[in-house]
Design a binder for this molecule. Structure first.
Ligand SMILES: Nc1ncnc2c1ncn2[C@@H]1O[C@H](COP(=O)(O)OP(=O)(O)OP(=O)(O)O)[C@@H](O)[C@H]1O
Ligand SMILES: [Mg+2]
Length: 273
């Protein structure tokens, strides 16, 4: 089992869209957790167009208090994520509710890290960093913590100071290798190599710039209609869209990266974190 946490520094670079996109086709059983303290379930309101009433999952998890209790209620409070084999823990109803969740992040991290028995990987949408109620323990306890950013100057200037803070925090925890970056729209205008050098963090993967496909995941828009050239080439399906192709690449880059980190830790005699 792996715990993968995505977060942003500023703006709305595409954390929710990317986390959801990864979970929808994850190669193993996955649990997608909306832990953005902003409140509200972006997935229920967006991708699912309000067609499903999200469970009050976070409150139930908070009431469970301890890791053992959380593991007991998790199967009941998580729900099927339509269009996938993944399960989903909807976000809190409001930001006010998120405040009361601060004590839950620590035991939740312990619980997620012990999900080995079920073979489930956990993908967390941690929202924007630095908000009150942010799930910091989940971020620091992740097998891979990913700072999601676009590649324009404004996004990078917002990401730079958070990259520095995170580098320090992860170094203190002896977990520097568990930190990386996901680019949304590589080359718009800066390339991965340039971003890595500005943020002094490795770019683990890039998600293609594809607004109309992203809108399917972020707002429940209808899938884009393929152009004539795509149809003629037999590449007109949803799975052929640039976003979907890049998500497939991202899944293998992320799982590959976690495998390398585990091997390094085992070689250093520490086992997985
Ligand atoms: N790969 C992409 N290509 C183009 N547009 C994208 C991409 N990913 C996300 N978007 C768009 O960016 C906007 C923000 O996406 P999303 O809600 O996923 O961001 P977020 O980082 O979760 O934001 P917030 O911090 O507000 O929760 C949406 O309009 C979405 O469709
Ligand atoms: Mg979001």
């Amino acid at each position: 089992m792996s715990l993968i946490v995505l977060a942003s520094a500023s703006g709305s670079p595409g954390v929710t869209t990317t986390a959801l996109g990864l979970a929808l086709g994850w190669p193993r059983p996955a649990l997608l957790v909306e832990a953005d303290p902003t409140g509200g379930s972006a997935i229920a309101a967006g991708y699912l167009r309000g067609s499903i009433v999200p469970a009050e999952a976070m409150i139930e998890l908070a009431l469970a208090q301890h890791a053992d209790g959380i593991l007991e209620v998790l199967p009941r409070v998580s729900q099927e994520l339509p269009g996938s084999v993944a399960r989903w823990v909807p976000g809190t109803r409001s930001h006010e509710q998120a405040r009361s969740l601060v004590p839950i992040w620590e035991p939740l991290t312990t619980a997620f890290r012990s999900l080995d028995a079920t073979g489930q990987d956990v993908i967390v949408d941690a929202g924007r960093l630095g908000l009150f109620g942010s799930p910091d323990p989940l971020l620091l306890g992740a097998d891979l913590a990913l700072l999601v950013t676009r590649t324009d100057m404004v996004s990078l200037s917002g990401a730079r100071s958070w990259a520095e803070t995170l580098r320090e925090r992860f170094a203190r925890a002896g977990a520097s290798s568990a930190l990386g970056v996901v680019l949304v729209g590589e080359g718009r205008p800066f390339r991965a190599r340039e971003v890595a050098s500005v943020l002094q963090l490795p770019v683990v993967t890039s998600i293609a710039w594809d607004p109309s496909s992203a809108a399917v995941l972020s707002t429940g828009a209808d899938p884009p209609r393929p152009g004539l050239a795509q149809r003629m080439a037999g590449r007109g399906g949803w799975e052929d869209m640039a976003l979907l192709r890049s998500l497939r690449g991202a899944r293998s880059a992320i799982t590959g990266r976690i495998r390398i980190i585990d091997e390094q830790l085992q070689a250093a005699g520490r086992g997985p974190l």
